[in-house]
Design a binder for this molecule. Structure first.
Ligand code: SF4
Ligand code: SF4
Length: 73
């Protein structure tokens, strides 16, 4: 299992993306109001996690259930 993790020390937020599940069609990129995500080589990344407003839209939108967010259980 390949799980990538991004952390914001500033916000105390963690986003994990399961790369075995991620299909790279970028629904997370489309729904995130803060432009946290970017698809790189067919997989989602979260380079702008410091801008997260903890709305959980990404977790709800991901059709593959690939995103875990520390504020959205
Ligand atoms: S919405 Fe889910 S499956 Fe689609 S790119 Fe984002 S993390 Fe990957
Ligand atoms: S919780 Fe909201 S603001 Fe944070 S990464 Fe997901 S969609 Fe973007």
């Amino acid at each position: 299992m390949v799980v990538k993790t991004w952390k914001s020390d500033e916000l105390g937020v963690t986003i994990e993306i399961d790369y075995d599940k991620c299909e790279g069609y970028a629904e997370c990129v489309s729904v995130c109001p803060s432009d946290v995500f970017e698809v790189v080589d067919g997989k989602a990344t979260a380079p702008n996690i410091d801008d997260c407003i903890e709305c959980c839209a990404c977790v709800e939108a991901c059709p593959a259930n690939a995103i875990k967010h520390s504020s959205c259980d």
